[in-house]
Design a protein around this ligand. Structure first.
Ligand SMILES: *[C@@H]1O[C@H](CO)[C@@H](O)[C@H](O)[C@H]1NC(C)=O
Ligand SMILES: *[C@@H]1O[C@H](CO)[C@@H](O)[C@H](O)[C@H]1NC(C)=O
Ligand SMILES: *[C@@H]1O[C@H](CO)[C@@H](O)[C@H](O)[C@H]1NC(C)=O
Length: 259
């Protein structure tokens, strides 16, 4: 009798795990983990960029709170200009993480953006040539903005977009002391400026605006350097699905794995 109970328990556990793997496969999200400062870890977006009059880049980031200094979240270079478009963080001991946008060599001031708490944060940056106006939003709220950040031209086409490293030459010459250390997922790029309500909706219910969406998070569309780890985790983002169902499933599976 004991054996029958045992078999039933094992079978149930197997089914639970199977369900959770399928669940993770369907609704999981892939994250890229950059551990430690290196001049080698990067991910390159395999897409041909158009010329962009406006642009918005959003991503979910988890900074490693053990590191201080400059951290390049992404850099975009074009053949005729290396520092075409970048998002950089500056991490000072026991202070908030500061973020700055760089467009065609023009650097916005570093602005206090979020606590260096090792948690996931949702970050969006947008820029438009009209007035050179720019903004940085963290967890759905604008934390810094301004104008006249380069208004002479569009962001150039056919560039190289690198996650995790600053480029000193077109597509290369990375520097260890400017590398990103932490996790990144759900990077999306639009070739228009998202408005504040769209950014808020993206954070709150993960609805990814389709208009002008140029790149949707997709590991297969990235060349990932082999020492960058790829994890599959329960989505930080629920996508377009029913939130309460998702949460029930995720808690249930977390419990099953722990069990
Ligand atoms: C990145 O994610 C992995 C997998 O979830 C986790 O083990 C690691 O601690 C995270 N790194 C940071 C810096 O939070
Ligand atoms: C992800 O990228 C690959 C390679 O570019 C492409 O074949 C695939 O259709 C993309 N998947 C989605 C869901 O966009
Ligand atoms: C979401 O799922 C819950 C639980 O299954 C259900 O009660 C609710 O009506 C659903 N909401 C929508 C918008 O489908």
């Amino acid at each position: 009798q004991l054996q029958i109970i045992f078999t039933v328990v094992i079978n149930t556990a197997q089914q639970l795990l199977y369900f959770c793997f399928v669940y993770l496969g369907t609704f999981g999200s892939q994250i890229l983990a950059f551990s430690g400062r290196t001049d080698t870890k990067y991910a390159r977006l395999l897409k041909q960029f158009p010329q962009m009059h406006s642009v918005t880049v959003c991503a979910q980031l988890q900074f490693d709170s053990n590191y201080i200094g400059v951290s390049t979240i992404f850099s975009y270079s074009i053949p005729s200009f290396i520092n075409e478009f970048q998002l950089r963080a500056n991490i000072v001991h026991e202070e908030q993480i500061q973020l700055a946008l760089l467009v065609h060599g023009v650097h916005s001031p570093y602005s206090q953006a979020m606590e260096n708490d090792g948690r996931w944060h949702h970050i969006c940056v947008r820029w438009t040539r009209r007035g050179g106006s720019w903004a940085i939003a963290v967890d759905g709220s604008i934390v810094a903005s301004g104008d006249h950040l380069y208004l002479s031209d569009d962001i150039g086409q056919d560039g190289v977009f690198i996650v995790g490293q600053e480029q000193d030459t077109f597509g290369g010459s990375f520097k260890q002391d400017e590398s990103f250390i932490g996790n990144i997922t759900q990077l999306h790029i639009w070739n228009r400026a998202l408005d504040s309500s769209e950014i808020q909706a993206l954070v709150e219910d993960c609805s990814v605006p389709q208009a002008g969406l140029f790149f949707q998070w997709n590991i297969s569309a990235l060349q990932v350097e082999p020492t960058v780890q790829v994890y599959k985790v329960f989505s930080q983002c629920k996508g377009n699905m029913n939130t309460s169902e998702f949460c029930m499933g995720a808690h249930f599976c977390r419990f099953s794995f722990a069990f």
